[in-house]
Write a protein that binds this ligand. Structure first.
Ligand code: ZN
Length: 364
């Protein structure tokens, strides 16, 4: 008797009828009552959380234990970026950083609570914020796609690294490997949203090249390392793969800078996180990504009405490719923790994001 069959029998005794269930479904965790009723697979009930400073980590862990787990959150995408005590290249730490032990203990807590913890490191774009350039492009000036722009970033949104620099992946892959190991992760989110600086005239390697080819090359490089070499799943934001002329979302949530054709040049088993934060009648990117053969997660933010509209639209058009829904927060993880715990001192954005998350988890 196989392990699957054994599990199936045990589940049959405890859960009740499993008529029509496949062995694969049985291997997943028990379904919620709503999912059981609809006969669906277990949906992603995900939260996207920004890494707090180390002194905020205990509060975040309390929020996960006391609130997120009971709300049914079963995936946390944890955006770390440079806030980690990297050993392969300690110059790339952006203090104050989470330690290896911090990562292990958070991962352990999530595993005990049945929450899949997926670390995120922003690749390609988002290499600066406001006047601060992040450590990679400070240390390795030669990786910069726009080396002529001063490091306090006048007139730009975020810097990018050059996807064609022959040394950049070696440095970045070592960081990915450290995060995978510290968080004992079986998946990795590479970010890649809002990449506006690509194929720059300032870059001797990329000047004049097709932005879609360059973007696809970057995606394929990360896929090769993460999925092929390390055997984990890969997630990324979907906005650069959407053509704004077809989608009408605007230049942030979709691409006006020539990257969209990359959608046909990358592997279909990458999970796309399709973020839209405003209220719309329709969200055409969900059916679009499904048609293209990708698994997709809808992702909302702090506008509760918009979040519920996007969630319900996604459910309405869902095929088996829609994995579920993710609530983003976009505040420091400790701030969000305060908000979801109902404590004093949380920012207005955190409180709105917490309310929207509660509403989405109740609806899912
Ligand atoms: Zn370049």
């Amino acid at each position: 008797m196989s392990v699957n069959l054994k599990r199936r029998e045990i589940m049959a005794m405890t859960v009740g009828s499993l008529v029509g269930s496949s062995a694969v479904e049985v291997e997943t965790q028990p379904k919620t009552a709503k999912e059981e009723k609809r006969g669906q697979k277990k949906l992603w009930r995900a939260a996207h959380i920004m890494a707090p400073n180390p002194d905020g980590l205990p509060l975040l862990k309390r929020a996960i234990e006391e609130r997120l787990a009971s709300l049914g959150v079963n995936v946390i995408v944890f955006e770390v970026n440079y806030k980690f005590a990297f050993r392969s290249d300690p110059d790339l730490r952006m203090e104050p950083v989470l330690s290896y032990e911090d990562a292990r203990s958070l991962a352990e807590q999530c595993r005990e609570l049945g929450i899949r913890l997926i670390p995120e490191f922003n690749c390609l774009g988002h290499q600066s914020w406001s006047k601060t350039t992040f450590p990679l492009l400070v240390k390795y000036r030669e990786f910069d796609e726009t080396p002529d722009i001063p490091l306090d970033n006048p007139g730009i949104y975020c810097r990018s690294w050059c996807p064609l620099h022959p040394k950049v992946n070696e440095v970045v892959f070592a960081l990915m490997d450290e995060l995978l190991e510290a968080f004992r992760a079986d998946a990795f989110h590479v970010g890649m949203d809002e990449v506006f600086l690509i194929a720059s005239d300032q870059c001797p390697r990329c000047k004049g090249k097709d932005p879609a080819e360059l973007f696809a090359k970057a995606v394929n490089d990360y896929y090769e390392h993460l999925v092929k070499k390390r055997g984990v799943e890969m997630l990324m934001w979907g906005d650069r793969l959407l053509d704004d002329k077809e989608m009408g979302y605007g230049k942030w949530e979709a691409s006006q800078n020539g990257t969209a054709p990359a959608v046909d040049k990358i592997p279909k088993d990458i999970i796309l996180c399709d973020w839209h934060y405003g209220l719309q009648q329709e969200y055409p990117s969900i059916p679009y990504f499904q048609r293209k053969g990708f698994r997709v997660v809808s992702a909302s933010w702090k506008d509760e009405k918009a979040a519920l509209a996007f969630l319900n639209y996604s459910r309405k058009v869902a095929t088996e490719k829609w994995l579920g829904h993710m609530c983003t927060t976009w505040v420091n993880g400790a701030d969000f923790a305060k908000a979801i715990l109902g404590m004093q001192g949380a920012s207005e954005t955190a409180r709105q994001a917490a309310n929207a998350l509660r509403a989405c988890m109740a609806e899912l």
